[in-house]
Design a protein around this ligand. Structure first.
Ligand code: TYM
Length: 333
């Protein structure tokens, strides 16, 4: 691109098709993805290659990938305006990932908390799980990304991406834009409703602690009513002392575009806080669920939109990959 030509700031983010979409994904990341579409050039990727870092059933992976694309559209991603695509449909991701693996050190990868956490919980630890951040850096850097909207758990992955980009640029000349993360003021860390000291994640680990985006209103109400709180009865935002109550305040704040402190000042009883939180979550999810049901009936249309997305993605990513290959010293074909 001509260096004098000003372009719109670009956002890029990714999500794994591994299991159902939950409230943490929605409030920590996707709400921000939708917002950024209005004022940015937006590129969003379903990172199916990252999903392979832990063992997956092939049929389930295929089903989850298509369903996730439909859910993202239902949440408000517009695939005609923004770019929405599957990572495996754009081979530049795997190609740049190798250059990233050769730019990052073993020591840096070894310090990643996500690797320590996942390798501790799984029997089979793949090489891909260890080099995961190199592929994530490739995802981001391929699109000259300025901003990466993510939840708090991705902070370290964005930091290492910045380090890789800076190292590559200083060794081989200006090649990559160095990106910044965008973490929302409320909702960046939605915690498990039963174990509020750990983040909300895949439902099979803690079904009672996780709210899925496709969950029924009855089940949402039941889970929020049963959410773990504490015995002092004081509604206040204090993550250390009151993790359960603070989590409910974060959910209600993120679902109503407020802040947990402001929300806390309107409540004196846990019961009222729980029923309003349940109502707000149900109201937030209802239109998403309705739109998803419509899209679900037309998988061919979703595939068409994904093909459109990958062809737009390749236009950008092939230019960046070419620049990186040239600068690192690979012979042109
Ligand atoms: P993934 O698929 O685990 O999660 C997708 C997004 O949801 C956010 N998130 C949460 N936010 C708040 N509270 C929670 N409990 C919660 N759980 C998940 C995540 O922070 C994330 O923003 N490594 C990434 C995928 C990825 C990526 C990328 C992201 C691959 N390449 C490039 C950004 C840019 C991941 O596993 O996200």
């Amino acid at each position: 691109m001509c260096p004098n030509l000003k372009r719109m700031a670009r956002v890029f983010s990714g999500i794994q098709p591994s299991g159902e979409l939950h409230l943490g994904n929605l409030l920590g990341a996707l709400v921000n993805w939708v917002d950024h579409q209005k004022s940015h050039d937006a590129v969003y990727c379903i990172v199916d290659l990252h999903a392979l870092t832990l063992p997956k059933n092939p049929e389930e992976l295929r089903k989850n990938s298509l369903e996730l694309a439909q859910l993202l559209i239902a949440v408000g991603i517009n695939p005609e305006e923004s770019i929405l695509f599957m990572q495996s449909h754009v081979p530049e991701h795997s190609q740049l990932a190798w250059l990233m693996e050769c730019t990052v050190s073993f020591g840096e990868l070894n310090r990643m908390t996500a690797f320590k956490d996942k390798s501790g919980r799984n029997e089979f630890i793949s090489g891909g799980l260890f080099t995961y951040p190199a592929l994530q850096a490739a995802d981001i850097l391929l699109y000259d990304t300025d901003l990466v909207p993510v939840g708090d758990d991705q902070r370290q992955h964005i930091e290492i991406t910045r380090d890789i980009a800076e190292r590559f640029n200083s060794r081989f000349g200006d090649t990559f834009v160095v990106p910044k993360h965008v973490i929302p003021p409320a909702g960046a860390r939605i915690m498990d409703l039963q174990h509020p000291e750990r983040k909300m994640s895949k439902s099979e680990l803690s079904p009672a602690g996780t709210i899925n985006v496709l969950e029924t209103p009855e089940s949402i109400t039941k889970k929020i009513k049963r959410a773990v709180t504490d015995s002092d009865g004081d509604v206040r935002f204090d993550v250390e002392e009151k993790p359960g109550v603070s989590n409910l305040l974060s959910i209600l704040a993120a679902a109503t575009s407020s802040t947990p402190e402001k929300v806390a000042s309107s409540y004196s009883r846990y019961g009222d806080l729980k029923s309003d939180t349940a109502d707000a979550v149900i109201a937030l999810l209802r239109p998403i669920q309705e739109k998803f049901r419509e899209l679900e009936s037309d998988p061919a249309e979703t595939s068409r939109l994904l093909t459109l997305g990958s062809s737009k993605a390749r236009e950008i990513s092939s230019a960046t990959l070419g620049r990186a290959m040239q600068n690192i010293g690979l012979l042109e074909t």
